[in-house]
Design a binder for this molecule. Sequence first.
Ligand code: AR6
Length: 192
Amino acid sequence: MSGKTVISMKIQVYNSTIQLVQGDITKQSVDAIVNAANSALAGGGGVDGAIHDAAGPLIMEETAQKYPEGCPTGEAVITAAGDLTAKFIIHTVGPVWGGGVRGEADLLKNAYSNSLKLAVEHHCESVAFPAISTGVYGYPIDLAAKQSLRSVADFLREHESSLRVSFVLFDNGSFGAYSNALEELSKMSTDW
Ligand code: AR6
């Protein structure tokens, strides 16, 4: 796809906003970019490959040095952002889809909330997330969209955060699924 960024709806959750963007996460002007990594922090394809390519080799050196044990599913770790304009990369590991009976929903929620915790601890004002687990890890996009948006909204509400959160969706299908989920959730919920 082109590097063009398309922004759709934006909602307010207390002092924070959640917005959906269609584009390439490596091109976003935010304090922290979240990477959908694997538990070995070994790099890979998809958004992980794109982020490491754009950020440069120092990031892999930093993860190897600081987190030699890797990062368990649902947890998150933070590094510098190398050549990206962001200040930080937060590496989190979403669940591999196994039919929905292996705690995937909780693990996906944890991946979002642990990433947001690190962003807040590092005084970030803006964070960009990809659609974690929806590529190689096979999480059905409609389920992931609902669970991801709900997880972020819950965190922002519970922590009364002031953050600008964007979901950067790479393709039309993901963008459509997240747009539908956000519309549905904002209708269902009375307080955001
Ligand atoms: N910007 C935004 N989103 C992107 C980009 C980009 N530049 N490139 C791809 N996506 P995936 P996962 C979308 O497979 O399912 C890696 O090998 C992509 O279209 O990257 O969590 C890791 O090392 C999809 O919608 O992540 C792990 O081994 C979404 O990002 C494994 O894949 C997530 O797809 C993690 O799998």
